[in-house]
Design a protein around this ligand. Structure first.
Ligand SMILES: *[C@@H]1O[C@H](CO)[C@@H](O)[C@H](O)[C@H]1NC(C)=O
Ligand SMILES: *[C@@H]1O[C@H](CO)[C@@H](O)[C@H](O)[C@H]1NC(C)=O
Ligand SMILES: *[C@@H]1O[C@H](CO)[C@@H](O)[C@H](O)[C@H]1NC(C)=O
Ligand SMILES: *[C@@H]1O[C@H](CO)[C@@H](O)[C@H](O)[C@H]1NC(C)=O
Length: 383
């Protein structure tokens, strides 16, 4: 019989798991979230109410499968962030922007979400000179971070109390940055033209993380970008004989490579921050590879309509049509969203988000979070 020796790296991994889970059951007392529509639980909706603007994503069928209907979530139901909260035994994370917040500030002690649908990592002052206009919101990552600092006095008492609060919180940094590419690419800019933005986007994410660590953050989860070449909107807009399509998934190779480039650079920079702050746990959430199995084997996950066609939208190969936008009267909605991966061409269905969240929790790095659904508080490892 071969002798069993635990590789030192594995022993180190166990040690990290144990030290990371020092905050009793569930580990974290709060979740603090920054990002865009992948994580927004109602901020853009509240901002729009305040400023009298209307977006199609707030109308039915958005939220049709959510407990309280349209919350401003860009899906038919829950998002990855909801499943993460659920998995950690935490309540749903309330949006920071609220018309009449009143006593609800108390609710923030268990979590607060600053993510805004449509938000970019880079400020409009950086994007606009490059010809990129954000039609939805100026609440970029910098603005969200400023909101966070402004709201601290209503959440915690003094500097050391706030450091303690931030240290006991799980910080979800993203996904953010996808829109910095979505706007220019969907408007017709080539990936070569957009590539130079990537280091700038990563820098803005890294500087936000660094600032949060200086404020006392100890646990950060940083998602990468999705395989955007599989998105029904990109497949529609970029549809061309000159494009290379992945023979198994039908996804656009060029755009998936672009997302992988962003993700690789993000991981490199995260590793550098981790080296400088060995006492902080920085977890890269691999949204790309957590989503990829769905595109490779949609039927295995119950997506009997394939992975590429949107549930809500209009005529066209991928059910995406600029004259039939989901949430507008002209659009149609499928009968069974659970059998679709894409909800509206850009955002995914609750069913897809649930599987992606499950896949994340079964990936080695992510499993060091203190999930309540796995016995032994985060110690179940599948590598
Ligand atoms: C749904 O609405 C009810 C009544 O307004 C509220 O008490 C409850 O907290 C809401 N649930 C969620 C998940 O938002
Ligand atoms: C964003 O800010 C600019 C000024 O820099 C303003 O003109 C524009 O209306 C704002 N856009 C949104 C969506 O709030
Ligand atoms: C800060 O707030 C905490 C919690 O309310 C309190 O226990 C502590 O004494 C305060 N520290 C200072 C320096 O005021
Ligand atoms: C969008 O729908 C119109 C008719 O409703 C159709 O003529 C057009 O070809 C569709 N566009 C795409 C991209 O399929």
């Amino acid at each position: 019989m071969p002798s069993i020796s635990i590789p030192t790296s594995f022993a180190g991994f166990l040690l990290i798991l144990i030290t990371r889970c020092s905050y009793a059951n569930g580990c974290y007392t709060s979740i603090i979230s920054f990002g865009d529509s992948l994580a927004d639980t109602g901020n853009l909706k509240q901002l729009a109410i305040i400023s009298n603007r209307v977006f199609s994503v707030f109308s039915p069928p958005y939220g049709q499968n959510f407990i309280n209907q349209s919350t401003g979530r860009c899906s038919n139901g829950r998002l990855i962030i909801d499943f993460i909260a659920e998995n950690l035994g935490m309540p749903l994370i309330p949006p920071f922007v609220q018309e009449n917040r009143g006593n609800d500030v108390l609710a923030f002690t268990q979590g607060v979400n600053y993510a805004v649908a449509g938000a970019t990592a880079l400020d409009p002052s950086v994007l606009e000179p490059m010809g990129i206009v954000n039609p939805m919101t100026n609440a970029s990552l910098g603005v969200q971070l400023a909101w966070f600092k402004q709201s601290l006095p209503s959440i915690c008492n003094n500097d050391s109390d706030c450091r303690d609060f931030i240290g006991r919180s799980l910080i979800l940094m993203g996904e953010i940055g996808g829109n910095d590419y979505n706007y220019p690419i969907l408007e017709g800019k080539s990936t070569q033209e957009v590539e130079p933005f990537v280091p700038l986007v990563i820098d803005s994410i890294i500087s936000a993380i660094t600032e949060l660590i200086e404020m006392g953050a100890k646990s950060l989860v940083v998602p990468g970008n999705f395989p955007i070449g599989c998105s029904a909107s990109y497949l529609t807009v970029c549809n061309s004989e000159n494009e290379e399509y992945d023979p198994i998934t039908g996804c656009l190779v060029r755009l998936n490579r672009f997302a992988e480039y962003h993700n690789k650079l993000l991981q490199t920079k995260l590793n550098q921050v981790q080296e400088v702050h060995p006492d902080v746990s920085i977890i890269y959430a691999d949204y790309y590879n957590a989503a990829m199995p769905i595109y490779r084997f949609p039927y295995k996950f119950g997506f009997t309509n394939g992975a590429l066609k949107a549930c809500c939208g209009g005529e066209g190969r991928y059910n995406v049509n600029s004259s039939m936008v989901c949430g507008e009267a002209s659009a149609t909605v499928c009968d069974e969203p659970n059998t679709y991966v894409s909800w509206d061409g850009i955002h995914l269905t609750e069913a897809a988000y649930r599987i992606i969240a499950n896949n994340l929790f079964s990936m080695s790095h992510f499993n060091s979070l203190c999930s309540t659904s796995t016995s032994g508080v985060g110690l179940s490892i599948s590598m």
